[in-house]
Design a protein around this ligand. Structure first.
Ligand code: ZN
Length: 218
């Protein structure tokens, strides 16, 4: 996207920029840095994150009529929990998320597939194609059955071929990529995070009188 800056003037007042910080993930009203500039119904400016431990930089372009933020840089990314995710899988999924936030939906779709392939390899899931491998994976992890059944609606999983055709990717838009990211987040949670949560819950379990008896006398 190009914004041409002929006849730029200083904005008459500072614009309120409330958004999620791409650096620390907190929501906030960002603090003014310098002076906002105005050009052809758009406002251009710099802000910093109000979180004292972050103070991260943000550049924005805003439509002065509608008040909508048109772009920010760095762009905001879909948040997800990184705990316990192996590095190779995390790298692939982060690339999918960054591609999505920059409106590169085909690149994002390819990296979502790569993330899911890596999870199947990591967990030894078998099958003729990715769709079947995910079904195999689904039978071994704690995940709603409906979610595994519903994934056949995702064209990017290409349920009838070992490799989906490159023109299938051209048909995949923002909505399908976003649903696929949400689906992948659920798979990641089920494979890597529920187990760790269960472990933490079990470590909180207090010894009962019966357990104490067993420990002492058996
Ligand atoms: Zn921040």
């Amino acid at each position: 996207m190009i914004f041409k800056l002929a006849g730029t003037t200083q904005a008459t007042n500072a614009h309120r920029i409330s958004t999620r910080c791409p650096h620390c993930g907190h929501n906030g009203t960002f603090e003014l840095i310098g002076t906002d500039m105005a050009n052809q119904g758009r406002i251009f400016g710099l802000r910093r994150c109000p979180n004292e431990r972050c103070l991260g930089h943000l550049f924005f372009v805003k439509d002065s009529n509608s008040g909508n933020i048109l772009i920010t840089y760095p762009s905001d990314t879909i948040p997800f929990d990184k705990e316990n995710i192996p590095e190779k899988i995390l790298n692939a999924f982060e690339e999918a998320i960054v591609s999505h936030s920059n409106n590169c939906f085909i690149a994002s779709a390819i990296m979502i597939r790569k993330t899911l392939e890596e999870i199947c390899v990591d967990r030894g899931a078998t099958g003729r194609n990715l769709y079947q491998r995910l079904q195999d994976l689904g039978s071994r992890i704690v995940i709603p059955r409906e979610l595994i059944e519903g994934m056949q609606e995702l064209r990017l999983l290409g349920n009838d071929a070992a490799h989906i055709e490159s023109n299938t990717f051209n048909e995949i838009g923002k909505d399908e990529v976003e649903i696929s990211i949400e689906f992948t987040k659920e798979i990641l949670k089920a494979v890597y995070q529920y187990e760790s949560l269960l472990g933490k819950l079990r470590s909180l379990k207090r010894p009962t009188a019966e357990n104490n008896f067993s420990r002492t006398f058996l």
